[in-house]
Write a protein that binds this ligand. Structure first.
Ligand SMILES: [Zn+2]
Length: 321
């Protein structure tokens, strides 16, 4: 059975433990349940005293017309060259990251939870780590788009009953503003509705602003542009660091195609372009390990300068001693 399960997963384009282990040398733990319909992808790296576990809520294919600044043909050709082309568009993953140091357990983002594509697998991924939802002590929401906060409010419930939730106050102001909602296109309406649910279901919401340390070695980083209060999270300990940059990067287009290309959901396109133009060279110079929501699982890599051109370099798993 394990072999036929792998084959079926491969045919569906799902990551499987065997494929990742052979292709990328990343340690991937499969769910042990015999009856599980698909393998649960998990991957872990250490950052000083922290263990960072990549989880997946699922995937969706973004139509080639969703990338203003490039023609659909240009995006499709690049996606084909990078094996992320699907009949419906560019394959986007929804990665979340669990950060643990033995005394605290912080989740970064919560996925679309069934509101987009083939998603809703985060609870199963946490269960595969041996965790119940009430064991998550904090959730950082990098911004209030539906594919990052949906999993906190799925089914109109407070999904993480004991979690402290952190969101940048500029995003709260934007996504709870009735005038902004009235003027927004249909495809942004779910994000407004789910943001209202988030504020209602988590009355103890921690509204932060820009750069802000929330625990020793865990800092929010101002990456505003994709949304007004878009943030990243820097995990730092023992001279090692990782930045979860959320939607600074998209498969196929960033950073290889440049910073003058957007994603449909970006309301302030010049602001998104300006932040990428600042961030990409800085990240390349630092050589910092990056985790990105929509990159192929587990979304880990670096921005590197290849003969003067900035490009995404997938991180191989390595022993750190
Ligand atoms: Zn996103």
């Amino acid at each position: 059975m394990p072999l036929s399960l792998s084959r079926r997963a491969f045919a569906l384009g799902l990551p499987t433990a065997g494929l990742l282990a052979a292709g990328q040398s990343l340690p991937v733990r499969a769910a042990s349940s015999q009856s599980a319909p698909a393998i649960t992808p998990l991957a872990q790296v250490r950052v000083g005293r922290f263990t960072v576990t990549a989880l997946s809520d699922g995937y969706a294919d973004m139509p080639y017309v969703y990338f203003p600044g490039r023609t659909p043909e240009q995006v499709e050709a690049a996606a084909k060259a990078q094996f992320t082309a699907r009949p419906g568009g560019v394959r986007f993953l929804f990665n979340q990251y669990l950060v643990e140091d033995g005394s605290s357990r912080i989740l970064i983002d919560a996925g679309p939870a069934g509101t987009l594509g083939q998603t809703g697998r985060l609870p199963q991924a946490l269960a595969a780590c041996g965790l119940r939802l009430d064991q998550i002590e904090a959730v950082i929401v990098t911004h209030m788009h539906q594919d990052h906060l949906g999993g906190l409010v799925a089914g109109g419930r407070r999904v993480f009953p004991r979690a402290e939730v952190y969101v940048d106050r500029r995003d709260i102001a934007h996504w709870t503003d009735p005038a902004k909602q009235a003027g927004a296109p249909d495809y942004l309406q779910p994000s407004f509705r789910l943001s209202a649910d988030l504020v209602r279901l988590y009355p103890n919401l921690q509204a932060t602003q820009g750069d802000h340390q929330i625990a020793r070695g865990v800092s929010l980083v101002d990456l505003a542009g994709h949304t007004p209060g878009h943030i990243g999270v820097r995990i730092e300990d023992g001279g090692q660091s990782l930045i979860m940059v959320s939607d600074m990067l998209f498969p196929v287009v960033h950073p290889t195609m440049g910073t003058d290309v957007n994603f449909l959901m970006e309301a302030d396109r010049p602001a998104a372009q300006a932040m990428r133009a600042r961030f990409f060279p800085r990240a390349a110079e630092e050589g910092v390990l990056i985790a990105a929501t929509h990159m192929p699982f587990p979304g880990l890599g670096r921005i590197v300068s290849d003969q003067g051109r900035l490009t995404w370099n997938v991180a191989d798993w390595a022993y750190q001693d």
